[in-house]
Design a protein around this ligand. Structure first.
Ligand code: GRG
Length: 340
């Protein structure tokens, strides 16, 4: 097992136990929620096997708590809350993007329809708030619990702002790399920043260190989304989604870069593609080849690595002790070295 997986696996069974408790309700709504996290089938019957998501955000949350000298078990409710928030955003995102598959399974709306999926997403959001309140029974002082709730709610707002931009970019062809970065700061980096910041908040009162880790999480979140964009076009089956970002006409980084760079017939090809109501696999194949020719994958990989390097520099210069910095840095590499 790779070292990074070993470091993370230290936390994962406790995170899953915490999530199981929050998602243990007996109603049909909870069956849908357990379906989303891979613990029930479409009939609500229990499914054996592990949690299907990577649990990156809650694991980083606990790691950061430990890195600043805290007791990571005390932060488990916050870690679960962050993962539930993430799942809530995935459920709504799948409805908004009409994505038919996620984590190698049919999405909630694809099984139960949009109305019930939106309702299930709302329940997941409420459970994220309830999970966070669990900090009170782990002896976290009330003012810190309130601060944690404030941070997670502000993060929700930033996610909505990022998602708003993402959706509004779909019909536009004038999106720049700067516009794109502004969108992913909200859509993705905000939740990474929140995970790092909450972990640190629950482990120390040193505001400077908390801010250091928040910045590190934010930069890592940018690197994560950029890698996700590359996988969304070239990742194939491993990513567990049937419909790739090109067919969905998403303005992911390789496409935004190509739109900025392409000229002449290349530009015409791109504009024709994005003018089509429903491009097919052959159309998408031609765009994938064009993106390759324009070095859009290399450009994106490089930008992702630059943000990753900036995240590591932030960590290196932070007030976190050396051993913890080294462990965090090793695990952070998962963000750009992954293939799903
Ligand atoms: C108010 C929380 C909230 C959300 C509403 C729908 C929405 C606004 C935002 C969508 C944000 C979104 C889905 C961003 C994409 C981030 C991303 C790349 C998710 C995939 O993360 P992984 O790979 O997923 O960590 P796993 O499956 O491993 O958990």
């Amino acid at each position: 097992m790779p070292l990074t997986t070993l470091v993370f696996s230290k936390y994962q069974s406790d995170i899953v136990r915490e999530l199981e408790e929050v998602l243990s309700g007996g109603s049909p709504l909870f069956e849908m929620l357990r379906y989303h996290v891979g613990w029930a089938d479409e009939e609500g019957k229990t499914v054996a096997g592990g949690y299907p998501g990577k649990l990156l955000r809650p694991s980083f949350c606990l790691m950061c708590c430990e890195a600043v000298g805290g007791d990571w078990r005390q932060a488990l409710p916050a870690a679960a809350s962050v993962e539930l928030l993430h799942n809530f955003s995935l459920i709504h995102d799948d409805v908004e993007d009409c994505s038919a598959h996620r984590r190698h399974r049919r999405t909630l709306w694809n099984v139960w329809g949009e109305a019930l999926a939106i309702n299930a997403g709302d329940a997941m959001h409420t459970l994220a708030e309830i999970a966070m309140l669990g900090l009170t029974s782990r002896n976290v002082p009330p003012e810190r619990v309130i601060e944690a709730l404030r941070i997670s709610n502000q993060t929700c707002l930033r996610l909505c702002e990022g998602q708003h931009l993402d959706l509004s970019y779909e019909k536009r062809l004038d999106i720049t790399v700067e516009d794109y970065l502004n969108m992913i700061r909200g859509k993705t980096a905000a939740l990474f920043e929140c995970s790092f910041g909450l972990g640190a908040l629950l482990g120390t009162e040193n505001q400077a260190v908390i801010e250091d880790l928040r910045r590190c999480g934010h930069l890592l979140g940018l690197a994560f989304q950029i890698k996700d964009d590359v996988l969304g076009i070239w990742g194939g089956e491993a990513i567990g989604k049937s419909d790739n970002d090109l067919l969905k006409k998403k303005k992911t980084l390789p496409v935004v870069y190509a739109l900025e760079k392409a000229a002449g017939p290349d530009r015409t090809l791109l504009l024709d593609y994005y003018a089509k109501q429903t491009p097919d696999d052959d159309d998408a194949g031609a765009i994938r080849s064009l993106l390759r020719r324009l070095d859009a994958a290399e450009y994106s990989e490089k930008l992702g690595k630059d943000y990753y390097a900036r995240a590591l520099r932030e960590l290196e210069e932070s007030g976190v002790v050396r051993d913890a910095r080294e462990s965090l840095a090793k695990v952070a590499s998962l963000v750009i070295e992954r293939d799903s």
